[in-house]
Design a protein around this ligand. Sequence first.
Ligand code: A3P
Length: 294
Amino acid sequence: PEKAVLPSRQQLFDFHGVSMIPIFTDNWENVQNFQARPDDILIATYPKAGTTWVSQILDLLYFGQTERQKTIPIFERVPFLEIAVPSLVSGKDLADKLTTTPRLIKTHFPVQFVPKSFWEQNCKIVYVARNAKDNMVSFFHFDRMIAIQPEAGEWNNYFHRFLEGQMVFGSWYDHVNGWWKKKQNYSNIHYMFYEDMIEDTEREIDKLCSFLGLSRSAEERKMISGGVQFDKMKKNEMANYSTLPVMDFKISPFMRKGKVGDWKNHFTVAQNEVFDEDYKKKMKDPTLQFRTEI
Ligand code: A3P
């Protein structure tokens, strides 16, 4: 295939009240008209919350260790619905072309942006959330190394932008809260946490199986859990994004650390105080709790 012309770093703009960049809004009409099927599974996350990890787990749960796993990169097995990079097949078209069932589809949309057919078809949705401090750090290193996102810039500035919601896909606070609230009137959401997966991957896979109505043997679940540990996935070229040219792993690899608490290596004491103070104001719902260490 012809070598794609890659866009340069894009600028944030306000899109229906959410900071976005054009590659995630240019295909808006088509994405909004996406026709979900009842057995589609939507994997929804704020960027850097563990999307790839859960995608790989779901792919293994449904399709096992097959040729698919060895030859197709994760971003083709699990299309990113709203992405539309000029001269590349859009995520929506990739999803439309999937022939395997169920279709696993990824989105970073805040809940109010999700195409209506997912709700109409009562699709199962797996939402993964990660504590804001580690999520911010992971996003910072990602923005440094990926050529299409806005420049990460200097850490202290990034820190404040995160608190203000000036990130691609908007405010972390709005995202995790919006999806959490949705659970109240839409029961087909499984809301999970990155920290829980780090603590006990097998337990979280068990919960996923219950939610999805899958009966996988204890042995299978153990195999999958072992196969998706950080070091394994970091080496797995079909899961580690090394085949995607827009990322510069010399700056920071996609599979960077995979830890809970790396924020402690980035936040200053003063930043941590500012963060905690601000957090209390924004996170009023006592039923939604995050762990910043385990
Ligand atoms: P870090 O930057 O903190 O290392 P996403 O897939 O949503 O973009 O999230 C990427 C983050 O998930 C990165 O976090 C990445 O290292 C981490 N991650 C990916 N696979 C993982 C795994 N198998 N175990 C633990 N963390 C994983």
